[in-house]
Design a protein around this ligand. Structure first.
Ligand SMILES: O=C(O)[C@@H](O)C(=O)COP(=O)(O)O
Ligand SMILES: [Zn+2]
Length: 212
């Protein structure tokens, strides 16, 4: 796909998420890997609702700006994931309501904040480790995320929101949608308790339908 098509794609997926309430105002950031190995990212303080494909930030894998506006303050966190996941082509950080609510709950299991309640969640994400609270844009978040990214395509930043990757921008958005829906189900079910998949169920899905 050409750079121009990828720019259009990023803008289209961002607007779609904005319209569905996954991100409001200037919250969240998105990036994708370009064919030449550089990274296209949303500018800092931009809105998912009205991005301009021509002013997106283009940076090197070490964060130097090549073109466009100043990149998101979370660009180091995105670059850390690309470094650890060579197969990753797109990343989405959201302040989507159900996952952000989950990130504020007391007593979360920091190794996995969302149990395996449905097969599709297991296929697309599987486990959701929690990164301790650090201020947005802190270089330390990037370090913490980099360690977890070796084994995980999604993480929950405590009292903040999720960061989710995929093989390309489309997959990253699909993974984000599945994760947000799983968090919504989790809150719906929580008052009643819930059956979860067994480790055997999870192993079977991992063997047959791993989309991570
Ligand atoms: O929560 C924050 O401040 C950032 O993580 C964020 O979502 C938006 O920051 P920019 O991408 O720099 O606009
Ligand atoms: Zn944020």
């Amino acid at each position: 796909m050409s750079e121009s098509q990828l720019r259009q794609d990023l803008v289209r997926y961002a607007r779609s998420m904005y319209q569905r309430g996954y991100s409001s105002g200037g919250a969240g950031n998105i990036s994708l890997k370009l064919p030449d190995g550089t990274v296209l990212a949303t500018p800092t303080n931009s809105s998912f609702g009205d991005l301009d494909p021509d002013t997106l930030s283009k940076v090197t894998m070490t964060g130097e700006r090549l073109a466009g506006e100043k990149a998101s303050k979370e660009i180091l966190m995105h670059l850390a994931i690309y470094r650890q996941r060579p197969q990753c082509g797109g990343i989405v950080h959201l302040h989507s309501p159900w996952l952000t609510a989950l990130s504020c709950l007391p007593g979360l299991d920091n190794e996995n904040a969302l149990p395996p309640i449905t097969p599709y969640y297991v296929m697309r994400v599987g486990k959701l480790p929690v990164v301790r609270y650090l201020r947005p844009g802190s270089p330390v978040i990037a370090e913490e995320v980099e360690k977890l990214a070796v084994e995980h395509n999604a993480m929950l930043l405590a009292n903040h929101g999720p960061i989710i990757s995929g093989k390309n921008i489309r997959e990253a958005v699909f993974n984000a949608e599945e994760l947000e829906e799983t968090a919504r189900l989790y809150f719906m079910l929580k008052p009643f308790g819930m059956n979860t998949l067994t480790p055997e169920n999870v192993a079977e899905l991992d063997a047959l339908f791993n989309m991570k």
